[in-house]
Design a protein around this ligand. Sequence first.
Ligand code: IPE
Ligand code: IPE
Ligand code: MG
Length: 230
Amino acid sequence: MADPGSSGGAGATRVAIIMDGNGRWAAERGLPVLEGHRRGSEAMKQTVKDAAALGIRELTVYAFSTENWSRPADEVAGLMEMFAELIASETPELDAEGVRMRFVGRRSGVSPALLERMEWAEATTAGNDTMTLFVAFNYGGRAEILDAAERYRGGGEQRFAELLYAPEMSDPDLVIRTSGEQRLSNFLLWQSAYSELHFSDRLWPDFRRADLEAALQEYASRRRRFGARE
Ligand code: IPE
Ligand code: IPE
Ligand code: MG
């Protein structure tokens, strides 16, 4: 769906990131995969701050996909524990910085304790408006479209989009993927129809403000046409 809210050329204000490469970062150093995820979470915390400072209004981060459940049980368990701790430790600071948090994804399959924390974080930060941080967790683009399709009763793209996990989420101007992989891996399939794509070779734990700035700078030179003749 063409999004007249931002037509490119200027700054990207809606950015989505596929934070990839934690496993390779750890493997390169002979460290356990969970250490890669821990360092990845540090990069995420800093990136949220950098994004707000750079004027991004909506940041969506891909934290855990519907396919990631197929990883080894100890990796999945470690990730779940890390998410629960991260939400508890980071929410007060994000709240103080004016960040509103929203989780997008299937709620079924997520443990009740983690769900409770997610809902607490959303409720705590609901009134904030500096930036919205959408955390894609137990998220799959196909699952999202299927879940919406079950409730869709006609009315066109606008009506359909209202049935997605976060109807208030704008289509991203820019989708960034780290680690050199060039695919969407089931991320924001509906919303990224006309997003610009930026692929960074940086492994996620090594992603820094300069990398985000480089992506935003490249975006500023793109010409978005949304199918029209210029
Ligand atoms: C991304 O890093 C984090 C999650 C998918 C949770 P990976 O764990 O996919 O890192 P690589 O791709 O194995 O390097
Ligand atoms: C996508 O990365 C999911 C997240 C970053 C959370 P994956 O590492 O799971 O994707 P594939 O398997 O390389 O496509
Ligand atoms: Mg990966």
